[in-house]
Design a protein around this ligand. Structure first.
Ligand SMILES: Nc1ncnc2c1ncn2[C@@H]1O[C@H](COP(=O)(O)OP(=O)(O)O)[C@@H](O)[C@H]1O
Ligand SMILES: [Mg+2]
Length: 203
């Protein structure tokens, strides 16, 4: 499934992230791609808010990965959403992503940790092993956000929600977000998000 949304401001990107974050479950992996300044970290901040993170989320460009605990009591209360100001449309497939491998769908536990990765400074896919990237993103009680997550084709997880952010040529504060789900759980997540966003737009 693919889906696209346009935000008109940084605040709208934060709000979109918050709506998505409220839907995330343990084991979910969200890949964020787009040029420097596209808004990946702003979107990640919104997602963290939606997950109930109260700590300020900072860019992990120099740390490669930063970790945030998720309070057990907020994970149950995350389903209220912020107003939707995004426009959306169906998009054509992104050509650069390989086909999704089949995966199973176990019941996800409540997430206890948010891990925010940034692969920008990595030179080679082999360096992901030094980070224990694949071990960490497979943890079923953690949510993983990965800036530049689509950077290495061989470094793609088995299942993920990928969000490509583009700076609009029309307006400097406009961003076009293209969503692509890989794997049944990510498909279900994107379907929930798209349904919510559609409902929001009709308000
Ligand atoms: N609609 C928008 N969504 C997100 N960021 C925006 C938007 N419009 C302008 N900006 C600005 O773009 C920049 C995005 O920075 P950042 O999130 O750090 O990008 P990245 O992590 O992709 O390098 C910020 O300075 C932000 O204020
Ligand atoms: Mg960033």
């Amino acid at each position: 499934m693919r889906f696209a949304a346009t935000t008109q401001s940084e605040a709208a990107t934060l709000a979109l992230g918050e709506r998505l974050g409220a839907l995330l479950q343990g084991g979910d992996v969200v890949l964020l791609d787009g040029v420097l300044g596209a808004g990946k970290t702003r979107l990640a901040k919104g997602i963290a808010l939606g997950l109930g993170v109260t700590q300020e989320l900072t860019s992990p460009t120099f740390n490669l990965m930063l970790e945030y605990p998720l309070a057990a009591d907020t994970t149950q209360e995350r389903l209220s959403t912020t107003p939707n100001t995004a426009d959306k449309q169906l998009t054509t497939p992104r050509p650069e992503m390989p086909p999704c491998p089949e995966t199973t769908t176990p019941t996800p536990p409540l997430p206890t940790t948010l891990r925010h990765f940034d692969l920008y400074r990595l030179d080679a896919v082999e360096q992901l092993a030094d980070l224990d990237y694949f071990g960490l993103i497979e943890e079923e009680d953690a949510v993983s956000l990965v800036e530049w997550g689509g950077r290495f084709a061989e470094g793609l997880p088995l299942a993920y929600l990928a969000i490509q952010m583009k700076v609009s040529s029309v307006h400097p504060e406009q961003r076009v977000l293209s969503f692509e789900a890989c794997g049944p759980r990510a498909e279900a997540l994107l379907a929930r998000f798209a349904a919510l966003d559609t409902a929001g737009q009709h308000d």
